[in-house]
Design a protein around this ligand. Structure first.
Ligand SMILES: [Fe+2]
Length: 226
């Protein structure tokens, strides 16, 4: 089964699942608009203060062929880190568990300034349990590029889109996100980003979550192993 979400998903928060590989589900959600704007402004701030060595270190750790991948320096805005973390705790509580999530550990966060022809090959995120991508600024012109492709079927269109491939079946999903959309997924869930061809910059933030703590049936704080 393949699936293309066109032109957009309209629910605020919904779990997307394959027919035969439920474990590889994806949580689609839309964090509050003011949080998106704060994160976008902070990403641009980090871009301006990050030195060349920090940028090179970030690029060496990531899979994409993207010229500008910037670390998110939460030490410079602890309140934003706290508000962002609280939103993720709320989202993860709905996504993964019956019991509420109490706390999480952010392992790494970065932002991609993707230009035309750049792409992210099929990859996973090592050393993490859950990963996410959040589209802070997604020009509408990129979202419409698929209409210039001459494929008869929506599922064969790919320009600028994000592709997820199940580890447990031959299923995949291809999505055409918009500004403000966020996807949370298991860190081992393989995904890729196809190039676009217009003169735009797409700004997306990614983050890895390494530890997740819930309240156990006995009432104590307990780490979850996925
Ligand atoms: Fe990724």
């Amino acid at each position: 089964m393949s699936r293309v979400q066109l032109p957009e998903i309209t629910d605020d928060m919904v779990t997307l699942e394959y027919n035969y590989a439920i474990r590889d589900k994806i949580l689609y959600c839309r964090p509050p608009e003011d949080l998106r704007i704060r994160m976008l402004d902070f990403s641009n701030y980090c871009k301006n203060i990050t030195n060349t060595e920090q940028k090179q270190n970030m690029r060496m750790q990531l899979a994409g062929d993207i010229s500008r991948e910037i670390p998110i320096l939460f030490d410079h805005d602890k309140q934003l880190e706290k508000d962002f973390t609280n939103y993720l705790i709320e989202a993860l509580s709905k996504f993964l568990f019956d019991s509420p999530v109490l706390d999480i550990t952010l392992y790494k966060a970065w932002v991609n300034y993707m230009k035309k022809y750049e792409y992210n090959p099929l990859h996973q995120h090592p050393n993490a349990k859950i990963s996410l991508v959040w589209y802070l600024d997604y020009p509408e012109e990129i979202r419409q590029e698929h209409q210039q492709q001459l494929n008869d079927f929506d599922e064969n269109r790919s320009r600028g889109m994000v592709y997820f491939s199940s580890n447990f079946s031959h299923d995949h999903m291809t999505m055409n996100p918009k500004t403000g959309d966020m996807f949370l997924f298991h860190a081992t869930h393989k995904h890729a980003v196809y190039p676009f061809y217009t003169d735009n910059t797409r700004i997306s933030m990614s983050c890895n979550i390494s530890n997740i703590f819930v309240r156990s049936v006995m009432g104590s704080k307990e780490e979850v192993f996925l």
